[in-house]
Write a protein that binds this ligand. Sequence first.
Ligand code: AMP
Length: 182
Amino acid sequence: MSKRIVFLGPPGAGKGTQSQRLACSAALLHLSTGDLLRAEVAAGSALGQETKAVMERGELVSDALVLAIVRSRLAGHGGGWLLDGFPRNLSQANQLNGLLAELGQPLELALLLEVPEEELVQRLLSRGRSDDSEAVIRRRLAVYSEQTAPLISHYASRGLLKRVDGLGEVDAIAERIASLVC
Ligand code: AMP
């Protein structure tokens, strides 16, 4: 069974829901950089104040910042983990690779949750998060295709990529994912 996993997919594909379920059923540490950043914003920390405006525009916060967050959580964690929303670009993927080599914890699987774009917009509009207005949604989708989608061929060329159909019932998708991870 794969124990060191990155979860890829566009905003609205269901990465949050599915990665939480998988982390829980497989006893993996679930690390969502979006959740961790939102917690900083909610706490009003200096880091949160710095990143709030960037997140509200649907842009990516700095690579150095998210890498520091991921590093602090993975270092010293001996078990399996699942990264949700990180890496978001090739530079983050390369830095993650360096960090994992340093920690002696190589990546085992990159799971790509696939959902067509029009379905994503509908899902995001009905979610009602503060960065889910239509203009910001379009921006986040554009940022995904420009910066994050290149990770698909990056991980495919390393033989680590598996694709999952993200359409259908939450339970059915969870079962597809479980069968790929085992
Ligand atoms: P998410 O919850 O994954 O959709 O992330 C929400 C927002 O947090 C994104 O639109 C970015 O502004 C920021 N964010 C989350 N993860 C990253 C990351 N790995 N790199 C840069 N920004 C991120």
